[in-house]
Design a protein around this ligand. Structure first.
Ligand SMILES: Nc1ncnc2c1ncn2[C@@H]1O[C@H](COP(=O)(O)OP(=O)(O)OP(=O)(O)O)[C@@H](O)[C@H]1O
Ligand SMILES: [Mg+2]
Length: 240
């Protein structure tokens, strides 16, 4: 039986989609069967980060409204045969799914996939609550900025209200040189703000940005320290 892991944040742009893409590739590299669902309704991104945008025909709204079966809306990755993307709809008005529709979709996929990685929307919204329906683990992605941390804490509370009790957080874009200035919140400060435990840290690296624009998850470029960051997170997720 697979597990559904939702990436959430309060503040936008903290790296949820990059995280989902790279975690998906890291887990698929280990031979696990993975589907990544883009639940950022109206703002589809994951297909571009995976370099699959030209292959999209159906989307998650088509699946949830019964237009097609889940398999029809899943685009297979070019690099890993066991990795799929289910794109978000671009048309927000087309999306009127209920919590039970989403939970049913996740439950069906759990029978055939090891992990269902859900790329959630930014904000503390009903769309986030919908993406959390029936998820097993919520990962709050945040950066080391007070605004990002406060919003992460708000998103965490919404996940709890939505019934998601198992959560952890990931610190993204960590810049050790900036940390040494003493101006940013320290890891200890963060642990006071965030209620769930820390799952892992991903360093700031401009190559992530470049790689994303080429449609290649950076973990596919072997031997870099970002790959190491993701491998540690994947080990912990598998052991959760
Ligand atoms: N560790 C990192 N180092 C450097 N740049 C990063 C890192 N993680 C993400 N980025 C960059 O940050 C930007 C936002 O990333 P991403 O789209 O994944 O954020 P998001 O949280 O999904 O945004 P949204 O809230 O709009 O969905 C992108 O330009 C991406 O390349
Ligand atoms: Mg995103």
């Amino acid at each position: 039986m697979g597990k559904v892991i939702l990436s959430a944040s309060g503040k936008g742009g903290v790296g949820k989609s990059i995280f989902t893409a790279n975690l998906g590739a890291t887990l698929a590299e280990r031979g696990l069967k993975i589907v990544m669902i883009d639940m950022n309704v109206g703002l589809r991104n994951l297909d571009i980060y995976m370099g699959l945008e030209n292959k999209v025909i159906y989307d998650v709204a088509d699946v949830l409204s019964g237009v097609c079966r889940p398999g029809k809306a899943m685009v297979r990755d070019k690099r890993f045969p066991s990795l799929y993307v289910m794109p978000a709809t671009q048309k927000k008005e087309k999306f009127d799914a209920s919590h039970s529709d989403v939970a049913r979709l996740y439950a069906g996929l759990k029978e055939n996939y090891d992990f269902i990685l859900v790329d959630g929307p930014a904000g503390v919204t009903k769309e986030l609550s919908l993406a959390a329906a029936g998820a097993d683990l919520g990962l709050i992605i945040t950066t080391l900025e007070y605004v990002s941390l406060r919003d992460a804490d708000m998103a965490d509370s919404l996940l709890v209200e939505s019934g998601l009790r198992k959560r952890a957080y990931v610190l993204n874009k960590v810049d050790r040189a900036l940390l040494r200035t003493g101006i940013l919140p320290t890891f200890e400060d963060v642990s006071f703000i965030m209620k769930p435990p820390l799952l892992g840290i991903i360093q700031n690296d401009v190559n992530i940005h470049l790689s994303a624009n080429c449609g290649i998850p950076i973990v596919c470029q072997k031997g870099n320290y970002i790959e190491e960051n993701f491998n540690r997170i994947a080990d912990r997720i598998i052991g959760y």
